[in-house]
Design a protein around this ligand. Structure first.
Ligand code: FAD
Length: 462
């Protein structure tokens, strides 16, 4: 038992970043984590392992589809699945051990075990009760399923099971065309599986720019992904090695059955707050189970804060990290702040998709006058050289002031390019500011400048 200025519950990107900032600000800090390793969902079963598999499978795709075109002839690599999983596990280990190192460096105690809050100012881990002036809940989220769909993590899996399948399935059904479903669906499609994505809505990646949705779906279809849109999954029936998925098409209520070796349930995530004792403490939550917080991330109980996937907002690692830093600063008496209007979102398919700020749809809903500057990667020399000319950059700017309101990119390195637009938006830049900035040639970034030029007198290369 010990006394701390801050105890953070959960060592995901929200919790571990918060703890490091608390320690840097001179607060005596501990983190409670029930998992065997630090890093939370993101490092263990989320962002990092999925990107490792996306990277490996993309290399295979390049070898199969583009190497010969560049004069690189010979046999395409074959897949050693065990080795690919070992590579992924090594990447996870390197990252989670890195957080352990940072904890030691910043003198943060790791209280191993599952924590609960018996009362404000106290955190119980196993038989020990620790005292803390401030408690920060960063307990994250867990996969959500559907009624009639029983997950066994072998045949019917969530993203967690999909990151460690025993073998590459011949046939895979993905329920849900959101970010996680499309990323992991892409991995297995590139590795040779016949992948069918079943989506309830008529569009993929709900909430994204409509033009990007259509373009991404077209490109993924061309790559070989099958889509069943407007379909409500009724149930799954699984044996030890196979499953049947029954769905109804919403347009005519007709019922269909599809077979699969693996069914990936990617229908979203819900906050994970089990065992913390929220009800007993009187901590208010939303209908969806998210912990309610004020502008300083404090819950309805003084001295208890919450951040990351456990509260409202996009379930993204960098959103959790930003809240972690800001909440730490609030606890230290500073003015932590998160600009929720400038949180980028990225889908790591090929091509990548990235967005920030308003969409055309949201601006229309607000009745706000805007202009659009769009540039196709087809006009970008670097993209053409690299067989990456599918897609575009679209910038939305205020019609009167030219201030950038949002940006949507589908194309090579979109997840990197978007940050130029995030910085511009943070600085309140106009599209003309970007258009007047010299961009190195030949880079993908030139497409961003051309889209900015398209908001004014017009791009050069189209
Ligand atoms: P988490 O990372 O969920 O961490 C919470 C931690 O708290 C967990 O380790 C848990 O064990 C621990 N915990 C919970 N309760 C207790 C307790 N009572 N006592 C002790 N410990 C407790 N986001 C991105 O931004 N980019 C991506 O590319 C991306 N890819 C993803 C891919 C997949 C397959 C998945 C599943 C998610 C992905 N995400 C991605 C989302 C991202 O992982 C989450 O938004 C992020 O991890 C949330 O961070 P967090 O700190 O709030 O919670």
């Amino acid at each position: 038992m010990a006394n701390y200025d801050v105890i953070v519950i959960g060592a995901g990107p929200g919790g571990y970043v918060c703890a490091i900032r608390c320690a840097q600000l001179g607060l005596k800090t501990a983190v409670v984590e029930g998992r065997e390793t630090l890093g939370g969902t993101c490092l263990n079963v989320g962002c990092i392992p999925s990107k490792a598999l996306l990277h490996a499978s993309h290399q295979l795709h390049e070898a199969e589809h583009n190497f010969a075109k560049m004069g690189l002839k010979g046999k395409s690599p074959s897949v050693d699945w065990k080795q690919m999983l070992a590579y992924k596990d090594e990447v996870i280990e390197g990252n989670t051990k890195g957080i352990e190192f940072l904890f030691k460096k910043n003198k943060i105690d790791w209280l191993k075990g599952w924590g609960s809050i018996p009362e404000a100012g106290k955190v119980k881990v196993g038989d020990d009760t620790h005292e803390a002036k401030n408690i920060i809940i960063a307990s994250g989220s867990e996969p959500a399923s559907l009624p009639g769909v029983e997950v066994d993590e072998k045949v019917v899996v969530t993203s967690t099971g999909a990151l460690e399948l025993g073998k590459i399935p011949k046939k895979m059904v993905v329920i849900g065309a959101g970010v996680i479903g499309l990323e992991l669906g892409s991995v297995y499609q590139r590795l040779g599986a016949e992948v069918t994505v079943i989506e309830y809505l008529d569009v993929i990646t709900p909430g994204m720019d409509g033009e990007v949705q259509k373009t991404l779906q077209r490109i993924l279809k061309k790559q070989g992904l099958n889509f069943v849109m407007g379909a409500a999954v009724q149930k799954t029936e699984a044996t030890k090695t196979k499953a049947k998925v029954t769905y109804k098409l919403r347009k005519d209520d007709s019922e269909h059955v599809i077979d699969a070796d693996t069914v990936l349930v990617a229908t979203g995530r819900r906050p994970y707050t089990k065992g913390l004792g929220l009800d007993e403490l009187g901590i208010e939550t939303t209908k969806g189970g998210q912990i309610k917080v004020g502008k300083d991330w404090q819950t309805s109980v003084k001295g208890i804060y919450a951040i990351g996937d456990a509260i409202e907002g996009p379930m993204l690692a960098h959103k959790a990290e930003d809240e972690g830093m800001a909440a730490a600063e609030q606890v230290a008496g500073k003015h932590g702040h998160v600009n929720y209007g400038v949180i980028p979102g990225v889908i790591y398919t090929w091509p990548e998709v990235a967005n920030v700020g308003e969409t055309e749809e949201s601006l229309k809903d607000q009745g706000r006058a805007y202009k659009t500057g769009k540039f196709m990667f087809m006009g970008n020399g670097r993209a053409k050289a690299n067989f990456a000319a599918d897609g575009f950059v679209k910038i939305l700017a205020d019609k009167e002031t030219d201030r950038i309101l949002g940006a949507h990119i589908i194309g090579p390195a979109a997840g990197e390019l978007i940050h130029e637009l995030c910085v511009a938006m943070e600085f309140g830049a106009s599209a003309e500011d970007l258009a007047l900035t010299c961009h190195a040639h030949p880079t993908y970034s030139e497409a961003v400048r051309e889209a900015a030029l398209a908001c004014g007198d017009g791009p050069i290369h189209s």
